[in-house]
Design a protein around this ligand. Structure first.
Ligand code: CTP
Ligand code: MG
Length: 261
């Protein structure tokens, strides 16, 4: 126990400090093109509500102080009226318009989050995120200043060559699939994004926030286990799977309620 404590960086001491100011940026400004649906995937119905509501609800119940929702350029009024007001999300402090790529949307969210101490960045397309995962990300940000939620990969991964043949097979025990939330000390991630936007030649190929911090700073990004259920809804079968996970959760909450009363 003592050794573990000594190995912790000093920030770990104030993990439970309620004054920590944590903002979550929830991204919903994508086009959802791989879903090939008429309605954008973030608004598709999932377990009786627009998909984006599930992630917003997890943040609403979590200890984060406020949420910034990043919506499509023409969709901020719709999100305010039909999502935030209609479902009563009290922690949503601002709704801002996103940009062309995910990292443009994140940057808009970061600018709106100015002044917070830690920031969590979450794909609104991950409806199965839980309060527990959010808490782990918050603790990771406090302890390491930069962390991502992910899980060890279960499948063998191969690197393909230009002819479509397997060129090599990385050691699976070192591979993680990365999810969100990705959580950072605000100043660190803001500096990394500012540098990215000062160097547009570095933009291509950026797929997540950790990559921006890894590329633009010397700071290490810690990997924190999440859940295999925290999937990103990308194609139609993901919607079905997310529905099953959410349904099962609601049933077990109901059963617990029955036993408790
Ligand atoms: N996102 C965003 N702004 C963008 C692109 C993506 O806010 N310009 C958000 C999406 O709304 C989603 C998350 O980033 O919550 C992850 O992106 P992805 O799953 O790729 O969603 P889309 O970009 O909408 O889907 P697709 O790539 O199939 O078009
Ligand atoms: Mg995309």
């Amino acid at each position: 126990m003592e050794r573990q404590f000594l190995e912790m960086p000093p920030e770990a001491g104030d993990l439970m400090d309620e004054r920590r100011d944590v903002t979550a940026i929830v991204l919903a400004a994508g086009k959802g093109s791989r879903m090939e649906s008429r309605v954008r995937k973030q608004y598709l119905e999932l377990e009786g509500r627009p998909l984006i509501c599930h992630a917003l609800e997890a943040f609403e119940r979590s200890p984060v102080n406020r949420v910034i929702l990043v919506a499509g350029a023409g969709e901020t009024t719709f999100c305010r009226e039909e999502i935030v007001e209609a479902y009563g999300f009290k922690k949503v402090a601002a709704i801002v318009a996103g940009g062309r790529e995910r990292y443009h949307s994140v940057y808009e969210g970061l600018k709106a989050a100015e002044g917070c101490r830690d920031v969590l960045i979450h794909d609104g397309a991950r409806p199965c995120v839980t309060e527990d995962i959010i808490c782990r990300a918050m603790e990771g940000a406090a302890r390491y200043k930069a962390c991502v939620i992910g899980m060890p990969v279960k499948d063998t991964i191969k690197i393909a060559d230009e002819e479509g043949n397997a060129s090599h097979t990385p050691d699976r025990s070192t591979l993680w699939q990365i999810q969100t939330p990705q959580a950072f000390s605000y100043d660190l991630v803001r500096e990394a994004y500012d540098r990215l936007f000062e160097n547009p030649s570095l933009e291509p190929g950026i797929t997540d926030d950790a990559m921006v911090v890894e590329t633009m700073t010397k700071h290490k990004v810690h990997l924190i286990p999440g859940s295999y259920e925290n999937i990103k809804v990308t194609t139609p079968e993901d919607l079905e799977i997310a529905g099953l996970f959410l349904k099962r959760r609601h049933v077990s909450v109901y059963l617990k309620g029955q036993i408790a009363t």
